[in-house]
Design a protein around this ligand. Structure first.
Ligand SMILES: [Zn+2]
Length: 237
């Protein structure tokens, strides 16, 4: 009898813990708030920081100095990026729809960035001494300044829970290949699951965004299927 009671207690306790762990607020998922602002590592969540530090320590032993160049990013910062790019591409003569397509080759619609979650980061190798134009795919290929980091990450990042999001798979749609953008799977997988339960349209504030009136209906549906969901399978539930 005692054993059953103990078992039941444990079961109740763990299920409460688990269900709590799966809850993420809409504000958190859409970049309106950060879980924890950590000055040392760009506002990443504490669990992510811990895992990252272990990985960085191991990489450093082999001469790779992992550096986060972009971690947590707020909705308002993403909105600035969106509006700046929108103005630039419109000046180049693209139609509003073409502009949206161009921006979403690499940048997200504000409210939908994985950088809002504090689980994702853009990484370079500080040991390479490169200071400008860092996030360019060629630089991570053989002969490029970040090739050594890429090789190390290919071999070891998964052991620490980190995976590339936008892989080089030619059949993948959505965002272009980003050999710098990693996600901490143990946390970002449940966050993606929670995110997909939200209505995308409700996360976007069209009045604040150039071309905002286009961000709805079929365009948004395709964006969800391709940009949000067509990612590295290791980051999906
Ligand atoms: Zn990124």
């Amino acid at each position: 009898m005692m054993k059953i009671k103990v078992f039941l207690l444990c079961w109740v306790f763990t299920s409460v813990l688990c269900s709590h762990a799966q809850e993420f607020s809409v504000d958190l998922l859409s970049g309106r708030v950060a879980v924890a602002m950590r000055d040392d590592l760009s506002g990443l969540q504490p669990e992510v920081v811990e895992a990252f530090k272990k990985m960085a320590e191991a990489a450093a032993k082999e001469g790779v100095v992992l550096k986060v160049v972009s971690g947590f990013r707020s909705y308002s910062r993403q909105a600035e990026i969106w509006n700046d790019k929108y103005k630039t591409y419109r000046k180049e003569g693209l139609t509003p729809l073409q502009v949206v397509e161009r921006i979403t080759e690499y940048s997200t619609i504000p409210g939908t960035s994985r950088h809002h979650w504090g689980t994702d980061m853009d990484l370079v190798d500080e040991a390479a001494g490169e200071t400008e134009g860092l996030l360019v795919a060629d630089k991570f290929e053989d002969g490029g300044p970040f090739a050594k980091m890429k090789q190390w990450m290919d071999a070891h990042a998964g052991d620490y829970g980190f995976f590339l999001v936008y892989t080089n798979d030619p059949d993948r749609k959505g965002f272009h290949y980003e050999p710098w953008h990693y996600s901490y799977a143990p946390l970002s997988k449940p966050m993606l699951k929670a995110f997909l339960e939200l209505e995308l349209e409700s996360l976007i504030e069209p009045a604040e965004l150039y071309g905002g009136q286009l961000l709805r209906g079929r365009l948004l549906e395709a964006y969800k299927n391709e940009h949000i969901m067509d990612i590295n399978p290791q980051l999906k539930n």
